[in-house]
Design a protein. Structure first.
Lengths: 111, 112
């Protein structure tokens, strides 16, 4: 039973446009959410996070939105750049528990 | 600072063989983790060590053992490799919380 789901395995977007990645979760005890970015043959790198007491967190071109009532979060990348082409993992944490990852979304930004 | 390093980068094993994956971090982190990544499954936690001298099972520990050799090093051992253990293995570390984890480059393991 996957507690964190990324229902879109892939996403293709034109350079300069917005990329929107979605993530749904089922465990209401999750109180901290993270996005990781992964290039081929490299380990994941931390991108941005959000606490459950907030509904938005912004860092440069990256914004994460959290809708607790819908158990849904999204990552917006504006504007998208070719270097953003990677696999993005959503992850969630409940205090005293382990970090749970989604299956990943592969993003391709076309020049 | 090298961050998190893993050896080897690639390994091919025959069914029944054993091997140890090595991981080291130079960030003075207390917590270390071993994950496996399979297509469409995200990263699944195999074992973790919250602090030096402690280890705990994660989501998929069967077929694996770990050793927290010291604060820097955390190894993963496959005693009798099986084809189901073909995967990419990532080691990670964090200061104390399980929030921002820093990952190594991974070990691609194939068991034939």
């Amino acid at each position: 039973d996957q507690q964190v789901k990324q229902n879109s395995p892939s996403l293709s977007v034109q350079e300069g446009r917005i990329s929107i990645l979605n993530c749904d979760y089922t465990n209401s005890m999750f109180d901290y959410f993270l996005w990781y970015k992964k290039y081929p043959a490299e380990g994941p790198t931390f991108l941005i996070s959000i606490s459950s007491i907030k509904d938005k967190n912004e860092d440069g071109r990256f914004t994460v939105f959290l809708n607790k009532s819908a158990k849904h979060l999204s990552l917006h990348i504006v504007p998208s750049q070719p270097g953003d082409s990677a696999v993005y993992f959503c992850a969630a944490y409940a205090a005293g528990n382990k970090l749970t990852f989604g299956g990943g979304t592969r993003v391709l930004v076309k020049p | 600072n090298a961050g998190v390093t893993q050896t080897p980068k690639f390994q091919v094993l025959k069914t029944g063989q054993s091997m140890t994956l090595q991981c080291a971090q130079d960030m003075n982190h207390n917590s270390m983790y071993w994950y496996r990544q399979d297509p469409g499954m995200g990263l699944r936690l195999i074992y973790y060590s919250a602090s030096e001298g402690t280890t705990d099972k994660g989501e998929v520990p069967n077929g694996y053992n770990v050793s927290r050799l010291n604060k820097r090093e955390f190894s993963l051992r496959l005693e009798s490799a099986a084809p189901s253990q073909t995967s990419v293995y990532f080691c990670a570390s964090s200061v104390n919380r399980q929030y921002e984890q820093y990952f190594g480059p991974g070990t691609r393991l194939t068991v034939t």
